[in-house]
Write a new protein. Structure first.
Length: 314
C-alpha cells in the first residue's frame, strides 16, 4: 500500500490505504490516516468550528465519516486488500461529548469473519483528549465494485456551504428558536451549522415528530461514488439532535447515547431525500426515537433507532 493518504495542497503523512485514499467524504471532513499495518488503521480528525450542532457545541454527527473509515477499513485490511466491502449496519454507543479543541482518534480493534453469511463484523473505538467518546460496530458485506482513483481536494476540502473561519454561534436563550418552551415549535425549530453543511432542512416540527429534506453533495461520496455510510450516520445523528433540541428545556441537557442504523440502500450524490424523526417515548429520563431516510420513490434508504437521556443542569 504505497498511495498517499490524502492528496491536497497541504503536507500530509506519507502513509496510504487505497480504500481511504479514494474516499472524498473523509477528505472533506479533515480526517487523516495516521498509521496502517496488516490489521489496524488509525485515523485522526481535528474538529472544526463549522461542525457545530443545534446546541452550539461540536456535534457527535461530525464523527460519522471518520467512524466509517475506521470500521470500514478493518474488513478491507482483513482480506488483504483483495475484497471490497460496503456496510449493511452501523451502530454507535456514545459515552462522552467532543470538546471544541479536541483532536479525535479512531482505531478498529477487532474483526470477526462470519462464515455463515460471508460478512465481516468490526469494532472501533473513538477517543478524544479527555478519553473514550464512542464505541462503534459495523457489519460489512463484500461487493464486486472497483475503487475510484485517489481523490484530490483543496485546502478547504471541497466544502463550499459554510465559511470555515466562522465563529461559534451564540447559545440560544430559553424560549428562543431551537429550544423548548417556544410558543410554536412547528415554526420556530431552527437548524444548526452542521445541519447546513449536511444539506438538512426542517420542513415540519410537532410534539410527536420532526421532518425535512436532505440534499446530498459530491463531497459526501465514498470510493464507489455513492454517499458514504458515515455521512448517513451523520445525517441520522444530526436529525435526532435537531429533534431533541425542540424538546429540551432551559434547565436540562439531553444527551444522545445510542444510535443503530440499517443502511438499506446507497444514496446518490446531488439527490434530495426525505428524513423523519418520530418520538417513540419521551420519558422523565429516557427519550427514544425512530429515524428514517426515504427517497422520492418511497423506498427507504436508511432506518435507525436512537436513545437519549435527560439530565438536569447543575
Amino acid at each position: 500500500m504505497n498511495s498517499s493518504s490524502l492528496v491536497t495542497d497541504e503536507s500530509v503523512p506519507a502513509v496510504g490505504l487505497p480504500i481511504f485514499d479514494a474516499d472524498r467524504a473523509t477528505a472533506s471532513m479533515h480526517v487523516r490516516l495516521e498509521s496502517v499495518d496488516d490489521h489496524v488503521a488509525v485515523f485522526t480528525q481535528q474538529v472544526q468550528d463549522w461542525q457545530r450542532g443545534p446546541d452550539g457545541a461540536i456535534s457527535l454527527a461530525a464523527l460519522g465519516p471518520m467512524v466509517d473509515a475506521a470500521v470500514g477499513s478493518a474488513p478491507y485490511l482483513s482480506a488483504g486488500g483483495t475484497r471490497n466491502f460496503v456496510m449493511s449496519s452501523l451502530s454507535a454507543t456514545f459515552v462522552a461529548g467532543v470538546g471544541d479543541d479536541d483532536t479525535v482518534r479512531a482505531q478498529s480493534r477487532r474483526v470477526d469473519v462470519d462464515r455463515r453469511t460471508d460478512t465481516v463484523a468490526s469494532v472501533a473505538e473513538v477517543h478524544g483528549d479527555a478519553g473514550l467518546i464512542a464505541v462503534v460496530t459495523c457489519r460489512a458485506v463484500p461487493v464486486e465494485r472497483v475503487l475510484r482513483d485517489a481523490v484530490t481536494v483543496s485546502p478547504h476540502h471541497g466544502l463550499q456551504t459554510v465559511d470555515e473561519s466562522g465563529t461559534r454561534p451564540a447559545t440560544p436563550a430559553a424560549g428562543a428558536p431551537g429550544t423548548a418552551d417556544t410558543a410554536d415549535t412547528a415554526t420556530t425549530l431552527r437548524s444548526s451549522v452542521f445541519a447546513v453543511v449536511l444539506g438538512l432542512e426542517i420542513a415540519e416540527s410537532t410534539t410527536a415528530s420532526v421532518s425535512g429534506t436532505w440534499t446530498t453533495a459530491p463531497w459526501m461520496l465514498n470510493p464507489f461514488d455513492t454517499v458514504q455510510g458515515g455521512v448517513v450516520l451523520a445525517v441520522v445523528t444530526e436529525a435526532a439532535q435537531l429533534a431533541l433540541a425542540g424538546i429540551t428545556s432551559a434547565d436540562e441537557v439531553i444527551g444522545l447515547t445510542e444510535i443503530s442504523v440499517d443502511l438499506l440502500r446507497s444514496p446518490a450524490a446531488s439527490t434530495t431525500y426525505d428524513w423523519s424523526v418520530s418520538f417513540l417515548r419521551i420519558g422523565r429520563r429516557m427519550v427514544t426515537m425512530a429515524v428514517t431516510v426515504t427517497g422520492t420513490d418511497g423506498r427507504e434508504q436508511a432506518r435507525a433507532t436512537c436513545t437519549a437521556f435527560r439530565v438536569r443542569r447543575d
